[in-house]
Design a protein around this ligand. Structure first.
Ligand code: ATP
Ligand code: 5RP
Length: 326
């Protein structure tokens, strides 16, 4: 029996989880995707958190056991009755019935904090923008969308820092891909369309073979707008792929070709003329974001979702073949 393929997107508040989730859902086809935001599993509403003096980042502030139960149910294709937390009002609303589609994207603060939850994902992504950029994004989003003043957001960020350090950032170690959008060093005051991306690729899942870009004759790898290298992340060896916001269409096309060539469904998506939406996505404050680094990130993650689908289907076929033999 087929089951949904589950993608995790974890990171601190305003790290860009919802924005990336929307972009990937667009590529996979919104009708094929169920999106779960784990903020809905908060144990206390905004007023209660303030009274108790606990932040939303603390595991005790969330029903992680129920979140984990729901993840297991979704993984086997079963429906869930999901709680609903409204960021508009800071309180809970009636739960909703959710039946998973072909793909499920689970995005939130503490998605990898328990072993059981981690075991539920097929692909795990962690978002890690530089802290000053995240703070800037959080101030803008929370003042425009969640009814906070700038002062309140900055105060909240300070209060949350110990929990960010203790509970959120360590989850990076469990991810297959760490995504960091960052402003070019000579332009800290970034303009949204021109952020670079640094993709840390762990060998926990097989990535497309990007080594060909080093030998593609684009000039020295270090000075190119697209760079591939080896590094360590949290003590473990990783590949690092960096794409600058000012990379040309020709340079980006080469990378996209590597990602798309062995995935038939992706080939149609990679064709920019028939898919002008690639790399374009609505941020949570209503602005339209479009960038090649974002497009590549969306494509790479989609590639892994489709690969996981293929692997799962192959596994199912093998099980059926074994049963037929018996
Ligand atoms: N790749 C990006 N490029 C430019 N701006 C971005 C990007 N990702 C996010 N942002 C900006 O950051 C804001 C916050 O992002 P988003 O709402 O996606 O974060 P989040 O991780 O889902 O936050 P939370 O967990 O608090 O709900 C967006 O409204 C957008 O303005
Ligand atoms: O860290 C967050 C993730 O979105 C939020 O601040 C948390 O979910 C609480 O929401 P709100 O601030 O709207 O009460």
């Amino acid at each position: 029996m087929t089951r949904p393929i589950i993608l995790g997107i974890v990171g601190d508040s305003a790290a860009g989880k919802t924005t990336l989730t929307r972009g990937i859902a667009q590529v996979l086809g919104p009708e094929n995707v169920t999106i779960i935001c784990t903020d809905d599993y908060h144990r206390y509403d905004r007023k209660q958190r303030a009274e108790i003096g606990i932040t939303a980042l603390h595991p005790d502030c969330n029903y992680l056991d129920i979140m984990q139960q729901h993840l297991s149910q979704l993984r086997t294709g079963q429906p869930i009755l999901k709680p609903v937390y409204s960021h508009k009002t800071g309180s809970f609303e009636p739960p909703i019935y959710i039946k998973p589609n072909k793909f499920v994207i689970v995005e939130g603060l503490l998605g990898y904090s328990t072993r059981g939850a981690r075991d539920s994902y097929d692909v795990k992504v962690y978002l890690a923008p530089p802290e000053p950029l995240r703070a800037k994004w959080k101030v803008k989003r929370d003042t425009q969308k969640r009814g906070y003043s700038e002062e309140q957001v900055l105060d909240e960020l300070t209060k949350r820092e110990p929990d960010s350090e203790q509970f959120i950032r360590p989850q990076r170690q469990w991810s297959d891909i760490v995504v960091s959008f960052y402003p070019p060093s000579d332009d800290m005051d970034e303009s949204n369309g021109h952020l670079n991306v640094r993709l840390i690729l762990r060998p926990t899942i097989p990535h497309p073979d990007f080594t060909q870009i080093i030998y593609s004759g684009d000039g020295a790898n270090l000075t190119s707008a697209i760079r591939l290298g080896l590094d360590r992340d949290m003590g473990k060896p990783v590949d690092v792929l960096e794409v600058d916001g000012h990379a040309t269409l020709e340079q980006v096309n080469k990378l996209e070709h590597i990602i798309c060539s062995d995935m038939p469904y992706l080939r149609n998506i990679c064709d920019r003329e028939s898919n002008p939406e690639l790399g374009k996505v609505a941020g949570t404050t209503g602005e339209t974001l479009q960038s090649y680094p974002l497009a590549l990130t969306q494509l790479l993650i989609t590639y892994h979702m489709l690969r996981a689908t293929q692997n799962h289907q192959l596994g199912e076929t093998q099980v059926v073949e074994q049963l037929v033999k018996i």
